[in-house]
Write a protein that binds this ligand. Structure first.
Ligand SMILES: [Zn+2]
Length: 232
C-alpha cells in the first residue's frame, strides 16, 4: 500500500482527461499533481499509451528531481514541471499539451490576445509567449531551461491570474490548484486560442477587450469578490 495512492489517482485521472478533451495526439501531453506538504509530485510516465496506462504507473518525484516511487521512467518534461512547482507558489498541478490552436500561436511566436469574455473568465489578460531558448539552453539541460524561460516570462506577471503560457516554437504549459482544474484551464486555453485565431482572420485589427470588461469577468469568477457559479 503506497502512501501516495491518492496523489497518483488524482494525477492519473487528470491525465485521462487529456484524450477525453481531445487535447492530445499520440502521447504528446502530460499532467503532474503535487503534494507541497510532502515536497513531491506525481507525473505521467514517459511515452505510455493512455489506453493502457494505470494509476499505479504514475511516477512520484521529489522537488529535487529524485524518483521517490515508481518503476517507469517519468515524463521527459518532468524538469519543466519541477521548475514551475518550485517557482510558482500556490499551484498544485501542471499540464503540458500540444493542443493544436494554442500550439499554432506558440509556433507563430504570438501570445493569445484577450479578445473576448470567454478568455477573461480564465485568464486575466493576454496569455504570453516566452522567448526562444538559446542553442546553449537547448543543448544543456533543455527541459529545465524550458521551465526557466517560463519563469523569466512571468517576472512581472501573476501565475495565479494567468495560469498558462506558450513556450515559443513548442506549445502550452498550464497550471492550477488541482489536476482537474489545470486540465480544465488547458481546455479553455485551446478554445480561446481557436476563437482568437478565427476572430483575427475575420478582423486582423481586432482589439483586446477593454480593461473594465476583463476586470469584471475575471473577478466575478476569481478571488474574494467572486460570485459566479456555486460556492465550493
Ligand atoms: Zn512538448
Amino acid at each position: 500500500m503506497s502512501q501516495y495512492n491518492d496523489l497518483k489517482a488524482e494525477c492519473y485521472e487528470a491525465n485521462l482527461l487529456l484524450p477525453e478533451y481531445k487535447l492530445i495526439d499520440l502521447t504528446f501531453g502530460n499532467v503532474s499533481v503535487s503534494d507541497p506538504a510532502r515536497g513531491v509530485f506525481a507525473i505521467k510516465p514517459s511515452g505510455v499509451d493512455y489506453a493502457v496506462m494505470k494509476a499505479d504507473d504514475m511516477v512520484v518525484v521529489d522537488f529535487e528531481g529524485k524518483i521517490v516511487e515508481g518503476t517507469l521512467r517519468p515524463s521527459s518534461d518532468t524538469p519543466t514541471h519541477r521548475r514551475l512547482f518550485q517557482a510558482f507558489a500556490g499551484i498544485r498541478s501542471v499540464v503540458h499539451t500540444h493542443s493544436r490552436n494554442a500550439t499554432a500561436f506558440a509556433q507563430a511566436g504570438r501570445g493569445i490576445p484577450c479578445l473576448g469574455t470567454t478568455h477573461c473568465d480564465y485568464f486575466n489578460g493576454e496569455v504570453p509567449v516566452t522567448r526562444a531558448l538559446s542553442a546553449a539552453e537547448v543543448q544543456s539541460d533543455y527541459e529545465w531551461e524550458t521551465g526557466n524561460v517560463i519563469v523569466e516570462r512571468f517576472r512581472d506577471l501573476n501565475p495565479l491570474e494567468i495560469p498558462a503560457v506558450l513556450v515559443k516554437n513548442h506549445g502550452p504549459f498550464v497550471w492550477g490548484p488541482s489536476g482537474r482544474k489545470a486540465v480544465e484551464s488547458a481546455f479553455a486555453l485551446e478554445i480561446v486560442a481557436e476563437m482568437a485565431m478565427k476572430a483575427l482572420q475575420l478582423n486582423p485589427q481586432a482589439e483586446p477587450v477593454p480593461a473594465y470588461l476583463l476586470d469584471k469577468h475575471f473577478k466575478r469568477k476569481h478571488g474574494t469578490g467572486a460570485y459566479y457559479g456555486q460556492p465550493a
